[in-house]
Design a protein around this ligand. Structure first.
Ligand code: ASP
Length: 595
């Protein structure tokens, strides 16, 4: 008698006696026979109760845990289930035991495509049941295969798999996001912080001579909740010594190629294309363009200034910017990919993306048209110039955005580009990877005008631009690269500063006082002064990477126990208050006014 699992039972000889454990997923009583689909993580198999055993089995409810002993039988031709790998067989139960009962689940645990999906709250509260759904199980298995493939690749490259600490100093934040604090019981009144990334410690590993390294690691960011963010998520993090950007980029390409081959069974074309940061901003309006389609933004500020269309004309005259983008949409024809209602909805959506006025036009019978017609009329005097610059085709949609602030315009119109592109763009490929190179080291806070790190403060400036550090710091470009996949940032890294003086200077430029630098990053600067090698690395956001490869949008579906949009966990009801007594006794903390 062999113990099998619900997936592998199909591989034994017909007539074999087997023992199976699993959950009673679907139960069908056909009078003389009772059919149950028994499920575990390996598969789902039909088991059949007849005669005496059937009578006893009638008490079995959904999700009861069973142990059965039975004989594998070939199903009759008309009973074969082609959609199930075990669908050619069934197991006739000779004996069984109810290992455990189950309450009636709060939602249907279905193996099929969801007919309906319970609310997120319910799914997260009963995540252990949600994870029993085949779609979620498949996501878990898919992620596991990708994680293992990455590990195998980096092991094969002789990378050390190291762990960096979770309880660390609350340093000047290494990722541009806020940190979680952890109070110490032993050192009352003192705090550790949770790492927003292993950044500083992986640099210390390189200084220790432990290049090259990788780890698959949780990071923690106390960010304002956003749809596609989680307060804890996973990075594939690595750091190398004595290597340059090219090496790191090729290494990542090779690792992703390996994952594609071994998990998706596909040959991925490498090397990935590159674009300079400045060019990406200019052509696509953001630093993570979706390159599945090629449509570019076109600056038409000069033309707008000469038009009679007041909205864009006045913005152009006041030194604002006007940008257009064209999509082939067969507008107005039988095959139209967008209709008027789609366009009006888009204009509304664009407001949510910060674009106050998005104008849409279409190209018909060699002329620019609009609804209402008055817009096209007001553009008549410049229409020849517009056509010459934008090259619309019959049925093209022309979208025009304008704003006094270029950054507001670019942020909004790049979202319009991606939204329309995904809907109707001509895709060159389903996975468009892109390296974006040479980001500025600094950016200016729009409100205060202060310089701040565009990524983290450890990015090494390029040899060509470091000379601007004292005079025009915004011109200093970093040896920094982001990896973009289908318009989403899936990774980012850089070559680091390895000279203590330069690191100090960059931090000063960012407005930190000597005392602040000493206090928060003095230990790193000191470490850099003990022979720091050339070093650099990258981190990939694993949750998102896996979701995109699976062709899905929601990273939460690839995280075992995610938080809601409000960063809460309905499962264990965290975060929660801690009693005043414990706070005082353990941490000497008193909450003055509970909110
Ligand atoms: N630590 C960086 C981040 O989390 C990645 C890197 O530069 O390696 O974004």
């Amino acid at each position: 008698m062999q113990q099998m699992n619900c997936g592998s039972v199909k591989d034994v000889r017909i007539g074999s006696d087997v023992i199976l454990y699993g959950w009673a997923r679907y139960i069908r009583d056909h009078g003389g026979k009772l059919f149950i689909d028994l499920a575990d993580r390996y598969g789902i198999v039909q088991i059949v109760f007849e005669g005496e055993t059937k009578k006893r089995a009638e008490e079995i409810g959904k999700e009861y845990v069973l142990k059965i002993q039975g004989k594998v039988k070939r199903r009759s031709k008309d009973a074969i289930d082609k959609d199930n790998p075990t669908g050619k067989i069934e197991v006739i139960v000779e004996n069984f035991e109810i290992i455990n009962k189950s309450k009636i689940p709060p939602f249907e645990i279905t193996e099929e495509k969801e007919k309906y999906l319970p609310s997120e709250f319910l799914r997260f509260k009963y995540r252990y049941l949600d994870l029993r759904r085949r779609k979620m199980l498949n996501n878990v298995l898919f992620r596991d295969r990708i994680t293992k493939a990455f590990r195998k690749f980096f092991w094969s490259q002789d990378f050390l798999e190291l762990e960096t600490p979770f309880l660390i100093r609350d340093t000047y934040d290494a990722s541009g996001s806020r940190t979680f604090l952890v109070p110490s019981r032993i050192h009352k009144g003192k705090f550790y912080s949770l790492p927003t990334s292993p950044q500083i410690y992986k640099q210390l590993c390189m200084i220790a001579g432990l290049g090259n390294y990788f780890q698959i690691v949780k990071v923690f960011r106390d960010e304002d909740p956003r749809e596609d963010r989680q307060p804890e998520f996973t990075q594939l993090d690595l750091e190398t010594s004595f290597k340059d950007e090219k090496y790191i980029q090729h290494l990542i390409e090779a690792s992703i190629k390996y994952v594609f081959k071994h998990v998706l069974g596909r040959d991925l074309k490498t090397p990935f294309p590159h674009i300079e940061y400045n060019v990406a901003m200019e052509k696509y309006g953001n630093d993570k363009p979706d390159m599945r389609f090629k449509n570019e933004l076109v600056d038409i500020t000069d033309i707008a200034a000469k038009s009679d269309y007041n909205i864009i004309k006045s913005i152009a005259e006041k030194n604002g910017k006007v940008k257009a983008i064209v999509f082939d949409a067969d507008y107005g024809s039988k095959n139209a990919k967008l209709n008027e209602k789609d366009m009006l909805d888009l204009v509304e959506k664009a407001k949510g993306w910060g674009l106050k006025g998005l104008t849409w036009l279409y190209f018909k019978d060699k002329g620019i048209r609009s609804k209402p017609e008055s817009i096209a009329k007001s553009l008549e005097s410049v229409s020849a110039q517009l056509i010459k610059r934008l090259h619309p085709k019959e049925g093209s949609i022309i979208l025009i955005g304008a704003d006094l602030s270029e950054s507001v315009l670019l942020a909004g119109i790049s979202k319009v580009r991606r939204f329309v592109g995904i809907k109707i763009g001509k895709f060159d490929t389903d996975f468009a990877f892109l390296w974006v190179d040479h980001f500025p080291v600094f950016e200016r806070d729009e409100l205060t005008g202060a310089l701040q790190p565009a990524h983290n403060p450890f990015v090494a400036p390029t040899e060509e631009t470091v000379k601007y550090l004292d005079t025009e710091p915004e011109k200093v470009l970093g040896k920094r690269y982001d990896l973009v996949l289908n318009g989403l940032e899936v990774g980012g890294g850089s070559i680091r500063i390895n000279k203590p003086e330069l690191q100090y200077k960059i931090l000063k430029k960012m407005g930190l006082s000597d005392e602040e630098i000493q206090k928060s990053l003095g230990f790193l600067i000191e470490a850099l002064s003990y022979g720091a090698p050339i070093h650099g690395g990258i981190a990939l956001g694993l949750d998102r990477f896996v979701a995109v490869l699976a062709g899905q949008d929601d990273i939460k579906d690839f995280i075992l126990f995610p938080k809601t949009k409000k960063n809460e966990s309905p499962l264990d009801n965290s975060p929660d208050r801690i009693s005043d007594k414990r706070l005082m006794e353990d941490f000497n903390i008193k909450i003055e006014k509970p909110l």
